[in-house]
Every structure is written in C-alpha cells, then in structure tokens.
Write a protein that binds this ligand. Structure first.
Ligand code: IPE
Ligand code: MG
Length: 229
C-alpha cells in the first residue's frame, strides 16, 4: 500500500491525513475482496525500514493501528474475516502487541477471508527467522530442501500469492514477501493507495486474468494441461 503521503501532499494536507484515508481504502478493499471470493489478502502496512521515518509519523501510524484494532475487529469477525498480524512484533508497544494477539484469537475461527497485516515485516527477516527455526528443529543437519523451509515461514498458513499489487507508482518489491513471490504475477499502478477502490481492484484482477502462468513450462504444455483438466 503505497502513496498515502503523496495523496495528502497533493491536496495540501499533512501526510497523516493520507494514512487516515488509507484506512478507508483498506476497509473498502477488504470488503471488495471478500465479495469477489478472494480467500487470502495480505497487506504490507509497515516495513522494518519504516522505523526510519520521522518519529511523529511513526507514532501516528502506531496509534492508527490501535484505533483500527479497537474499532474494526468486531465488524471483521461478523463478516467472516480471520485476522493475522505477521512480522517482528517485539518492537511494538506492549499494548499494541496484546491487542493484536487478542484480535487474532477473536477472529481465529473465521473462514471467509484471511486478512494478513504485515507489520514490522521484511521478506529477508522472514527467510532468516525461518532458517533459524528450521536449523534449531534439526540439530546437526546442514543440508535442507526448499520444501523444508516452508513450514517455518511467517505465513505458512497461506498459499503463495497469485497476484501482487503495488500502488503509488514505484516498481519494486521493497522487501515484501521475497520467498513467496517467486511465481506471483506482479501488477504496478500509479494510483495512490487512498484512491485504490473496487474499480481499481477489478482492473488489477482483469490484468491478472490475461496472464499465462507457465511455472517454467512452455505455452503449448500449459494449453495441453488445460485441455486435459
Ligand atoms: C504507504 O504510503 C503507507 C505506509 C508505508 C504506512 P506512504 O506513506 O509510503 O506514502 P508516500 O510514498 O510517501 O506517498
Ligand atoms: Mg511510500
């Protein structure tokens, strides 16, 4: 989710107004995804590098997280949404950590849509914490396969993403789900996150639907496979 600050600056508003508007966009996109049958939605809310921002902006973002958790979890639960918060939470205010744990517990039984919010998350952090856990679980073992790492990744409960969307005009991954994006379709749009609505989501999905996912195979093989199934 990128472009909150620029959305606000363009309107001569403080950057934090863009973050507040960004929350409205989150609400709308979560609902739109659920309505379209999307089962997993993962939002990159705060990266491990975002701590480098001015202290007052970081603290506004933290307060915004708390307010959202306080106000929205009941409604999420009623809408069948399971909430997961993924990242190194140890650096957050203990109160925020507690609220996150509670929100996860409160929504754990829901099955319509799994909403993962990545907070103090980094793709490299994820791979390294998984490698460490895997090594600790297998003392003395020095050779591992790719499949062995999977269960230790922070989002082991979710399939790899089909579609990756970055708003706000930049064309980079910025340390998001590095391992899991290996075969994801990438979609970049200039639309700032606060303006990213259901219509914009449909454009992204339409672009995804035109892609041919070959996973290393040839186009002819993929077509044969489709005919056979
Ligand atoms: C994304 O918007 C929101 C967060 C990282 C929390 P930005 O704050 O990065 O907005 P721009 O890139 O400055 O416009
Ligand atoms: Mg940005």
């Amino acid at each position: 989710m990128d472009g909150n600050g620029r959305w606000a600056t363009k309107r001569f508003l403080p950057r934090v107004a863009g973050h507040a508007k960004g929350v409205d966009a989150v609400r709308a996109i979560v609902e739109a995804c659920a309505a379209r049958g999307v089962e997993y939605l993962t939002l990159f809310a705060f990266s491990s590098e975002n701590w480098r921002r001015p202290a007052d902006e970081v603290s506004v973002l933290m307060r915004l997280f708390m307010t959202v958790l306080e106000r929205e979890v009941g409604k999420m639960s009623a809408n069948g949404i399971r909430l997961k918060i993924v990242g190194d939470m140890s650096r957050f205010d203990p109160k925020l950590q507690e609220m996150a744990t509670k929100a996860e517990a409160q929504t754990a039984g829901n099955t319509r849509l799994t909403l993962t919010v990545c907070a103090n998350y980094g793709g490299r952090w994820d791979v390294m914490q998984a490698v460490s856990k895997m090594a600790r679980a297998n003392p003395g073992v020095t050779d591992f396969s790719e499949d062995q790492l999977g269960p230790y990744l922070a989002m082991a409960y979710a399939p790899e993403p089909d579609l990756f969307i970055r708003t706000g005009g930049e064309q980079r991954i910025s340390n998001f789900l590095l391992w899991q994006l290996a075969y994801s379709e990438l979609y970049f749009t200039d639309t700032f996150w606060p303006d990213f609505d259901a219509k914009a989501l449909d454009l992204a999905i339409a672009s995804y639907q035109q892609r041919e996912r070959r996973f290393g195979r040839t186009s002819a093989q993929v077509l044969d496979q489709k005919k056979a199934s």
